[in-house]
Structure formats: structure tokens, C-alpha cells
Design a protein around this ligand. Structure first.
Ligand code: NAD
Length: 457
């Protein structure tokens, strides 16, 4: 747990003001980049230990992802930091109007275990770029990666600038919040814990960004390219053994294409992971026994049509496809967050909509279709965070797109410039000259209603 004097040191550091300078920020971002690059092998080893991720998967989703975010931020920071001049309305003429982005202060970032590096360091980049002091709280369940990240932070930065905190979130976070006033909390994790943090932050009027989970549906329409759909869904669903917040949680396939889709998915799985996925370098493990036991519980909620083998000692669950799903069972009300994929058919859109509506505001939504009319229908009909057409999950790898949920799947957005905005306050300034000061602007106003109606419209 962070001691109170360590937290106060962050406030003192922030108050020195040097952190607001461009030179300081850019130097720190470059130091972070060098430290991550220098720890490449150490990070691969830690991520393998925690989640059995291959180096290639790490590069796409963890350290390479973070380096790409850093490169973009380093390139764009001076532009993002500039004050922006905007137009002035007639009422206030003559005047200048501008917006100054300024840091929030001392912010807390809390991350989960599934992408332990990405989900702690990607928001960190935004917080540093925007000029904040930061407390990082990693997940206790990805202990090896947490230790590697702690080492990077403590060897690279002064503790008054960035403080790394480990431990049981249910104890550590409330302790910090009770004793210290954060200027923002950026939380990634489950919806249940998100509610606890939201409530506690509300009592102190601390603004939050909540990056939560949920059940992300994947629609496969009658006119979809089924072979491509199968490959893209299998790739993203079974990456990190399905422990991905934006993985397709379940597939809703048009009844006319279900058989073909299932056949293609089976073929794809054997081409991706061979006859035994346990031996594949490209298939991960479940994080711990608690999650393993939870996931096995879903196997009774329908019929296994592919996979289902498992080994608790190795925390291995085979990529599994399921059919004849019991629609009221936990598999359809809880986020699966593992390598189990229910495949459900629909004939009319309303049937699929009724299923989606049971778990409102998915974090992500995917539609596979060859028609722009169907694409428009689905994109307009469902309220979700972000998504893809004819693909899945990859929207979050484009830092020009904002990433975040809505409602039950979260509040706020980040990545690229959106991260900078999340960790900044945009101060609005209207500057009036003194050389013109017409009396018409001052009381008494009697008889000026028509003039005011002309000016303010
Ligand atoms: P979790 O909510 O159990 O834990 C996340 C973090 O919160 C950990 O650091 C933990 O220590 C801390 N924590 C736990 N209890 C706390 C409490 N009472 N008060 C304050 N902090 C507390 O989540 P998890 O199991 O690590 O992650 C899985 C969930 O995260 C899934 O629901 C997944 O969809 C979601 N997720 C969302 C995103 C996203 O970007 N939206 C990304 C990854 C994971």
C-alpha cells in the first residue's frame, strides 16, 4: 500500500510546475520508451509466465502496442499541447476566444490482468503526455508482469512523479482514496468493481474513466463472406485464450449460414492451433484456477460441438465452440472472458436484437456482411462502445479511433489524442479588449429587447 507521505510527494511534485513543460513531458515519454525497449526480453518472459503469450502476440497486443502509442504521442504532443483559437460570438465582439489544455493533477490508473502491460502503460502514456503525476495500480493476478513493470517505473522515474503500487485492489485502492484526493481515476476491469469505484469517486466528486467489460456480440449475416468471417472471428476470439475485453462473446449467425460457418470455424481452428492446441505456441493459458473453474461451469450450458478438453494443472481449456445454448443460463448472462464461443442462429433481425438487449451497451459489436444496407441497419440499431465491420477487435489497434464503452460497458475514451484529452482539462478563455466598451451592454436594458434578439440567436 502507498504510504500517505508517498502520495503527498506526488502532489508536491506536481505543484512545482515543471511537469507542465513540453520539454519535461517529451523527455519522460522518451525515457519510458527506452526503458520498455531495454526490457523487451524480460517483459516477454513475464507475459509468458502469467498468460503463456508468445512473443508475436506480445508485440501485437502488449509491448509493441505500447511502443506504437508512444511513437504517436511523441510525434503529436507539441500540437496537442497548443492552445487552440476558436471563433467568438457576436454578443462578445470584439474579443478573442481560446482553449488551453492543462493537466488534471495527480491521477490514479488501475488495471486488470488480461493485458497487464498494455492496460496500465497505454493510459499512463496519455496521463504523462497531458502533464500529470501518476499512481499506477497493477493487477495482483499477473504478478510476473507487475514485477517487471514496477522495475521499469522505479528505475526510470522519480517516485514523486510516478508511483507504482501493488496489492489487493479491494484494500489498496479504498485506502488510497480515503486518504488522498485524486484528480482523476482511470479504471479498467470488471463492471462490478467499476460500480464500486464510481460510487466511491462520486462521494468525493473525483472524475472517472471506466473501461469495463460486457458481452460483445458478433453478427454474421446471410450475405457475409463466411470463410473470412470464420478466420477473423477465430483469430480474435482465441487470442489470449479468449481473455480479451473486446473478444466476440457470442456469435449470432443467420440460420441459412450456420452450418457453413461452424464447418469453416472447425477447419480454421485446426489450421491455427494444430490437432492439440495445448502444444501450440499461439494459444495461451487461463490466468488462474478461479477463472478456470468459472469457465468450466459454462460447458454445461449448451452442447459442445468442438473442443471442451481441459487440464487444470496446465490451466488449459481447448478452443471450444458450443451450440444449443440454454438462453437463460449463466453463459448468456455473464461475460465469458475465455476460450468458449456460443453460436446461436437467428432468422429475423428482431430475434438477434432481443438477445443483444438482454446485456445492454456491449463494449464492442461486430457485423459481417456484404451489404451496406445491413451494415447501416446493425450499426444504427445497437448502442455499443466501438466495433468493426467484417472484422473483430482490431478497431482498438488504430490510435486514431477513440476506444471506450458506453453505459454498462464504461464511460470515457482513450488512445492517441483521446488519451491526452481524457487526462487534460480544457480551460476556456474569452479575452476582451478594453478599448471598446459600449454602454449598450450594461443596464438599464429597457427597450433593447429587439437589439438583443438580433444579437443573440
Ligand atoms: P477486476 O475488476 O477484478 O480488477 C481490476 C483491477 O481492480 C485490479 O487491479 C484489482 O486489484 C482492482 N480491484 C479489485 N477490487 C477492487 C475494489 N474493490 N476497489 C478498487 N479496486 C479493485 O477485473 P479483472 O478480473 O482484473 O479484469 C477482467 C474484467 O476487465 C473483464 O470484465 C473485462 O471485460 C474487463 N476489461 C475491460 C477492458 C476495457 O478496455 N474495457 C480491458 C480489459 C479488461
Amino acid at each position: 500500500m502507498a504510504a500517505l507521505n508517498e502520495l503527498k510527494a506526488l502532489r508536491d511534485y506536481y505543484n512545482t510546475g515543471s511537469i507542465k513543460e513540453y520539454d519535461f513531458r517529451i523527455k519522460q515519454l522518451k525515457k519510458l520508451k527506452a526503458a520498455i525497449e531495454n526490457s523487451e526480453e524480460e517483459l516477454y518472459a513475464a507475459l509468458y509466465k502469467d498468460l503463456k503469450k508468445s512473443k508475436e502476440e506480445c508485440w501485437i497486443t502488449e509491448n509493441g502496442f505500447v511502443i506504437s502509442e508512444l511513437n504517436n504521442t511523441i510525434k503529436k504532443l507539441s500540437g496537442w499541447m497548443k492552445r487552440k483559437t476558436v471563433g467568438t460570438n457576436l454578443l462578445n465582439m470584439p474579443a478573442k476566444s481560446f482553449i488551453i489544455p492543462e493537466p488534471l493533477g495527480v491521477v490514479l490508473i488501475i488495471s486488470p490482468w488480461n493485458y497487464p502491460l498494455n492496460l496500465l502503460f497505454t493510459p499512463l502514456i496519455g496521463a504523462m503526455a497531458a502533464g500529470n503525476c501518476v499512481v499506477l495500480k497493477s493487477s495482483e493476478f499477473a504478478a510476473a508482469t507487475s514485477a517487471a513493470m514496477k522495475k521499469i517505473i522505479e528505475e526510470t522515474f522519480e517516485p514523486g512523479y510516478i508511483l507504482f503500487v501493488e496489492g489487493d485492489g479491494a484494500k489498496v485502492v479504498p485506502d488510497m482514496m480515503d486518504n488522498f484526493s485524486f484528480d482523476h481515476i482511470f479504471y479498467t476491469g470488471s463492471t462490478n468493481v467499476g460500480k464500486i469505484i464510481y460510487e466511491s469517486a462520486a462521494k468525493r466528486l473525483v472524475p472517472v474513466t471506466l473501461e469495463l467489460g460486457g458481452k460483445s456480440p458478433c453478427i454474421v449475416e446471410s450475405d457475409a463472406d463466411i470463410k473470412v468471417a470464420a478466420r477473423r472471428i477465430m483469430m480474435t476470439k482465441f487470442s489470449n485464450a479468449g481473455q480479451m475485453c473486446v473478444a466476440p462473446d457470442y456469435v449470432l449467425v443467420h440460420a441459412s449460414k450456420k452450418e457453413m460457418l461452424v464447418d469453416e470455424m472447425k477447419k480454421t481452428l485446426s489450421s491455427f492451433f494444430g490437432a492439440d492446441a495445448k502444444q501450440s505456441n499461439d494459444f495461451g493459458k487461463i490466468i488462474n484456477e478461479k477463472q478456470f473453474d468459472r469457465l468450466l461451469g459454462y460447458l454445461k450450458d449448451g452442447k459442445i460441438i468442438q473442443g471442451g478438453n481441459n487440464d487444470k494443472n496446465a490451466l488449459y481449456i481447448e478452443p471450444t465452440l458450443m451450440d444449443e445454448i440454454k438462453m437463460d443460463a449463466p453463459i448468456m448472462s455473464e461475460e465469458i472472458f475465455g476460450p468458449i464461443l456460443p453460436i446461436i442462429s437467428f432468422s429475423k433481425e428482431e430475434e438477434a436484437i432481443a438477445i443483444i438487449e438482454k446485456n445492454k451497451n456491449p463494449l464492442a459489436f461486430y457485423v459481417f456482411t456484404g451489404s451496406s444496407a445491413k451494415e447501416d441497419y446493425w450499426l444504427n440499431r445497437v448502442a455499443f462502445g466501438g466495433g468493426c465491420v467484417n472484422n473483430a477487435s482490431v478497431h482498438l489497434t488504430n490510435h486514431r479511433l477513440p476506444f471506450g464503452g458506453r453505459g454498462f460497458s464504461g464511460t470515457g475514451q482513450y488512445h492517441g489524442k483521446f488519451s491526452f484529452a481524457t487526462f487534460s482539462h480544457y480551460k476556456a478563455i474569452l479575452k476582451s479588449p478594453t478599448w471598446l466598451d459600449p454602454s449598450v451592454k450594461y443596464p438599464p436594458y429597457g427597450g433593447r429587447l429587439n437589439l438583443l434578439k438580433w444579437i443573440i440567436k
